[in-house]
Design a protein. Sequence first.
Length: 293
Amino acid sequence: MHKKVTKAVFPVAGLGTRFLPATKSIPKEMLPIVDKPLIQYAVEEAIAAGIETLIFITGRTKGAIADHFDKSYELEKELEQRQKTEALDCLNKIVPASVSCVYLRQAEALGLGHAVLCAKPVIEDEPFAVVLPDDLVHNEGVGCLGQMTELFDETQSTILGVERVPPESTASYGIVKTASDSGRLNRIDQIVEKPQPKDASSNLGVVGRYILAPTIFGELQSTDKGAGGEIQLTDAIAGLMSREAVYAYEFHGTRYDCGTKLGFLTANVEYALRDAELKQGFRGFLSALDIHE
Ligand code: UTP
């Protein structure tokens, strides 16, 4: 039977240690790129891809995420009274009424694989998307997840978003080896979590966009702790590959790794330079900077 992807999982229960102390009481996913939190970019990309149910896997200190996607009566009333229609409009557009939000708690941050497994009771037996908000992907045209849901219509199989990463940084990614190298969509025949550059079979790194078959849950249930003592999604995908086709897709778009300070700062600069109101002033500021070593 032909299936469509209508649910997306946003694992947001991680500790965000690379951004401490900022993330002591604020979720990493609420850090803004210019004026919008990372999680909102991820949600907008998912909604544009046709997702109707947003499933957030949250944890302690992540309450701000649920608040962000909830109605804020007091603020809205206040803005109305002050006739701040533009600001009010921007709040009303955060989540369309036709989209549902579900919040599930991951009591302990046992790893990305474990976070995805927490979504099983809501996903049941459907294919679904996983979006990691700290991987921000900019596109002028169809978003990264939209490209992948379109492909899923044809393959009806698991698809991982991948990109070429610098060969010296393979130890930060799940690395895949594909059976062929023709075009952007290729079947994977090996996946390894965070290999050292000398052991890596390629430099095709998995980034935070996945369309997963529901059979992944069976794999996750029998996956032991892997790299970093965490239950790794990559290890479960490796198990899935021995039973069914898994594809890698080199998406169109520019990815920013906002889980690192450098990626986060780069994204802020580039998004500010794309912003109609900011770009002129900001470009002027940047070109006047006297940069010394
Ligand atoms: P990361 O490892 O990039 O995020 O996980 P982190 O653990 O929050 O950050 P650092 O490494 O300590 O700085 C990728 C995504 O998976 C989620 C994170 O919230 C992030 O969106 N995650 C990770 C979970 O939801 N649960 C986990 O147990 C681990």
